[in-house]
Design a protein around this ligand. Structure first.
Ligand code: CA2
Length: 156
């Protein structure tokens, strides 16, 4: 029988498919495919299987957060690094998905949302996140994976 590998989800919200292609002054020049590679390297270092996804559709993101929550409950995943993008500031549904499944989430933002417009300062996801990483550019993704791994080792 093949040994099972524990996964880490990295879930990206709307418009992040444009990373590296638009607004480099805010979000840098690294593409989402390159971000996936950075995440893969960190997952490999930690012995985790990477499940890396992006969607522009709120319902699909709800489905994926639920899937990740069920995987954690089944003991096959440590949780999710989640960049909710524009949904950060608007989505009760995504907050509720994380809360309902008790999904361990590290919220990730490429930029420091507190140094930007006031309407970006509130996050519905922060209320249900175990940790938050922001302002480190795309290098925050592997940091967030590592942080989620440390929390899971502490049973938190
Ligand atoms: O800093 C972050 O990671 C954000 O989650 C990015 C969101 C923004 O709405 C949040 O306030 C902070 C925007 C994601 C859109 O990504 C783009 C990438 C390239 C070009 C245009 C948008």
């Amino acid at each position: 029988m093949a040994a099972s590998v524990t996964s880490v989800y990295v879930i990206n919200g709307p418009n992040l498919n444009l990373l590296g292609k638009r607004r480099p002054e805010v979000y840098g020049t690294t593409t989402l495919a390159e971000v996936e590679q950075l995440c893969q390297e960190e997952a490999d270092r930690l012995g985790l299987e990477l499940v890396f996804r992006q969607s522009n559709h709120e319902g699909e993101l709800v489905d994926w957060l639920q899937e990740a929550g069920l995987a954690v409950r089944a003991g096959t995943s440590i949780g999710a690094v989640y960049n909710p993008a524009g949904h950060t500031h608007t989505s009760v549904a995504l907050h509720d998905a994380v809360e309902a499944l008790e999904l361990p989430v590290v919220e990730l933002h490429i930029s420091n949302i507190h140094a930007r417009e006031e309407w970006r300062h509130h996050s519905y996801i922060s209320l249900v996140a175990r940790g938050i990483v922001m302002g480190f550019g795309v290098r925050g993704y592997p940091l967030a994976i590592n942080g989620l791994y440390q929390l899971s080792r502490q049973g938190r």
